[in-house]
Design a protein around this ligand. Structure first.
Ligand SMILES: NC(=O)c1ccc[n+]([C@@H]2O[C@H](COP(=O)([O-])OP(=O)(O)OC[C@H]3O[C@@H](n4cnc5c(N)ncnc54)[C@H](O)[C@@H]3O)[C@@H](O)[C@H]2O)c1
Length: 356
C-alpha cells in the first residue's frame, strides 16, 4: 500500500505564469519543501540565491521566490551580466538544521539533485539563511552547478552602493560629490557599515542607525558621526538616505516625512510598491533603484566565475556610478522616474516590455 503524506496545508502557487518556470521540490525523507523560480533566461542561466526560512504558506514562499527572481532578472540586465534571473526558497517548519549537521547536509544534497534537473538553467548562490557550505553540498553531493565563491560579496555591494550614491550626489550638487553632505545609513551590517565608511572617506558627515544600537554607536564613534533610532532613520534631517537593512522602508504614507533629496541603498525592495517611485519624483527626491545600486555583489561573483583580476572586478563595480548617471540623465530628459528609466533599459536589453 502506498502511503500518501499530506502536503503542506494550503493553497497554491498564486501566479503560476509569472515566470518562465516555477518548480516545487518535495522529499519527505529529508524534510524538503522548496520552490525554484526561474524568471527569465534571455541573457543566460538564471542565477539567484537560496533563501532558507519559514513561510506562512506555500503561496507566500512561491510569491517570494518569483518576486526575488524577477528582481534578479533586472539586476543582471542592468549590470550587463550574462545571467537570467532566478531565486529559490527552502521552507522551514521549525528551526533550521544546524550548520554541519547530517540533516542539513541531507537537505541540501537532495535539493541539489533537484536543482541539477534544471540542467544548469538555475544556478544557486548564498542568500538569507544559507551558507557557503550549503552551496558546496548542492554542488558536491547534489551534482548541480552552484556559485561557491569564498570571497564575501558584501564589500563589493557596498562599493557599488557608494558609487551609486556618489553619482546621484554629483547629479544634484556637481562635482563635489558627497563632500559636506549629510548621509544617514539605516542598517550598518556587512554592507551598510562599509557604505558609511566610504561616504565618510569622501567627506560626508554620517549618521547611522541599527536595531543593534551598540553596533551603530561603535561605528558612529569610528566615523565621528551620530546615531539615530532605527525606525527614525528615514525621517532624520539629511541630504542622502541609504537604506541598508530591511525592505519596503519607503511607503506612500511616509514619503512626505523624508527630508533627504537622494535615496540610494543596498536593501532590496526599498519601495513598498513601484508607484512610490513617481510619488518620490513629485516630492523632489531622487530614488536610485535598489537593483541598480546593489549589483556589486553579483558583479564580483561573475568576476570570480570568469577569472577577472581584482582590478577588473573593482572597475566593473565602479561602473555602477556611470550607469546611475546615465539613468538619472535619461529620467530627467524624459520627465520619468529613474525606476522607469531603468525598466526601459531592461526592456531594451531583454527585448520585451517590462513595466513596474
Ligand atoms: N550582502 C550583500 O552583498 C547584499 C547584496 C544585495 C543586497 N543586499 C541587501 O542589503 C541589505 C543589507 O545586507 P547585509 O549583508 O549588510 O546584511 P547584514 O545582516 O550584515 O546587516 C543588516 C543590518 O541591519 C540591521 N537591521 C535589521 N533590521 C533593522 C531595522 N529595522 N532598522 C535598522 N537596522 C536594522 C541588522 O542589525 C544588521 O546590522 C539587505 O537588505 C540585503 O538583502 C545585500
Amino acid at each position: 500500500m502506498t502511503t500518501v503524506t499530506t502536503p503542506v496545508p494550503s493553497d497554491s502557487i498564486a501566479e503560476p505564469w509569472a515566470t518562465e518556470q516555477t518548480i516545487t521540490c518535495r522529499d519527505d525523507r529529508v524534510g524538503l519543501r522548496a520552490v525554484i523560480a526561474i524568471d527569465d533566461t534571455t541573457l543566460g542561466p538564471g542565477f539567484g540565491g537560496v533563501r532558507l526560512r519559514t513561510y506562512p504558506s506555500t503561496e507566500a514562499a512561491a510569491r517570494e521566490a518569483q518576486r526575488l527572481a524577477a528582481a534578479m532578472t533586472l539586476k543582471h540586465a542592468l549590470a550587463e551580466l550574462p545571467y537570467g534571473g532566478a531565486k529559490s526558497v527552502v521552507m522551514l517548519d521549525g528551526p533550521a538544521p544546524a550548520p554541519g549537521s547530517p540533516q542539513r547536509r541531507a537537505l541540501f544534497a537532495r535539493f541539489g539533485e533537484m536543482i541539477a534537473r534544471t540542467a544548469g538553467y538555475y544556478v544557486p548562490g548564498v542568500d538569507m539563511g544559507t551558507l557557503l557550505e550549503d552551496m558546496q553540498t548542492i554542488r558536491d553531493d547534489g551534482g548541480a552547478r552552484a556559485f561557491c565563491d569564498e570571497v564575501s560579496p558584501s564589500p563589493f555591494t557596498a562599493r557599488g552602493v557608494y558609487q551609486a550614491m556618489r553619482a546621484a550626489a554629483v547629479h544634484h550638487h556637481g562635482e563635489g560629490g558627497l563632500a559636506g553632505l549629510h548621509v544617514v545609513v539605516q542598517g550598518v551590517g556587512s554592507v551598510g557599515a562599509e557604505v558609511a565608511r566610504l561616504a565618510h572617506t569622501d567627506g560626508a558627515r554620517l549618521t547611522v542607525a541599527d536595531v543593534d544600537t551598540a553596533r551603530a554607536q561603535e561605528l558612529a564613534r569610528e566615523l565621528g558621526g551620530d546615531t539615530v533610532a532605527a525606525d527614525e532613520a528615514a525621517f532624520h534631517e539629511a541630504d542622502v538616505f541609504s537604506p541598508c537593512a530591511i525592505a519596503r522602508v519607503v511607503t506612500h504614507d511616509n514619503i512626505a516625512r523624508i527630508p533627504a533629496r537622494i535615496i540610494a541603498g543596498a536593501a532590496n525592495d526599498t519601495l513598498d510598491d513601484p508607484g512610490c517611485a513617481e510619488a518620490l519624483r513629485e516630492a523632489g527626491i531622487t530614488f536610485v533603484p535598489d537593483f541598480v545600486a546593489n549589483a556589486g555583489g553579483v558583479i564580483q561573483v561573475h568576476g570570480g566565475v570568469v577569472g577577472w583580476s581584482d582590478e577588473e572586478t573593482l572597475a566593473a563595480v565602479d561602473r555602477i556610478g556611470g550607469r546611475v548617471t546615465g539613468l538619472l540623465e535619461s529620467a530627467q530628459e524624459h520627465g520619468i522616474t529613474p525606476l522607469a528609466a531603468a525598466l526601459q533599459r531592461a526592456s531594451t536589453v531583454l527585448g520585451r516590455e517590462i513595466s513596474a
